[in-house]
Every structure is written in C-alpha cells, then in structure tokens.
Design a protein around this ligand. Structure first.
Ligand code: MG
Length: 162
C-alpha cells in the first residue's frame, strides 16, 4: 500500500567567486560574487530537487542530471525542479509544503524572497504559502561565514494526490 506521506531532505553547497553570476531560487541576484558551477549553480533549487528525489528514494540530483548529459547542459535549475516535480506527480504524490534555509554571509536576499518564492511555487505547481524560504548568515564562521561558499538545506513533505 502506498504511504500517505513521504518526507525528503536536501543539501547543497557551491563555491563563490568574484565575477560569477549568483542565481538563487531561479532569480538572478545582484552580487559581486556568484557560484562556480557547470550549471547555473542555483544551490537553493539543487537542495530542493534533492529533497524531492529523497522523499521518493529516487537517488540524487547528480544521478538524474549528470554533468556529462548534454540534455541538461545549460538548463535552468527551474527546469530541473519541474522535472523532479513531474517525478513526484507521476508517482501519485503532490508537494504538501517546502521549507528551505539558505546560509550565506552576503548579499541580503530579503528583497528577492518574494520573487524566489513565486518562481518556486509556479515551477512546483503549488501555492506560495506552501513555500517557506529563510536565510541566515553563519556569523562569519566556517566557509559560508568567510564568504567562500553558499549553503542550502531543504525539506519537503509529499502527500498522496487527491
Ligand atoms: Mg549544486
């Protein structure tokens, strides 16, 4: 029998470097520093995709979207998110809610949060009030605190489709 609920956890890190682009939650952020990555380096959406895959025990983002796969080269991480949501729906589940924490020293992402939540909600096909997005600094501790990298944690709850 299919379980009524499934929970998933996702985590991702990307290195930051001067002159790179910073994309978070599908939104380009004005910043001197951006993520170093093959993709758009959207650490937030990568953590979210891993949480969705994790909830269904489908492996991880590296298995689904390998760097070597030309089909996904240059793809927006919103495309990856849509693909993962499709896998969720195909299996008879829907997203109940999403909770994400971003850890970065700067810039302040507060002004971008409404747009990020909106893009995630649209790509996931859910209401914005089911998408929680939080950000914290690392109090200048560790790699995130030194501004060397950016970190994201995501949890999702899936419920059986009505
Ligand atoms: Mg990543």
């Amino acid at each position: 029998m299919k379980q009524p609920f499934r929970i998933g956890l996702g985590y991702d890190v990307h290195r930051l470097a001067e002159g790179e682009t910073l994309v978070l939650g599908g939104v380009t952020i004005s910043s001197e520093f951006g993520t170093v990555a093959h993709s758009d380096g959207d650490v937030l959406l990568h953590a979210l995709c891993d949480a969705l895959l994790g909830a269904l025990a489908l492996g991880d983002i590296g298995e689904h979207f390998p760097d070597t796969d030309a089909a996904w080269r240059g793809a927006s991480s919103l495309d990856l998110l849509r693909h993962c949501v499709g896998l969720v729906n195909e299996r008879g589940y829907q997203i109940g809610n999403i909770d994400i924490t971003l850890i970065l020293e700067r810039p302040k992402i507060l002004p971008y949060k409404p747009e990020m939540r909106s893009r995630i909600a649209i790509a996931a096909g859910i209401d914005q009030d089911a998408v929680s997005l939080k950000a914290t600094t690392a109090e200048r501790l560790g790699f995130a605190g030194r501004g060397e990298g950016i970190e994201a944690h995501a949890v999702v709850l899936l419920t059986m489709r009505d």
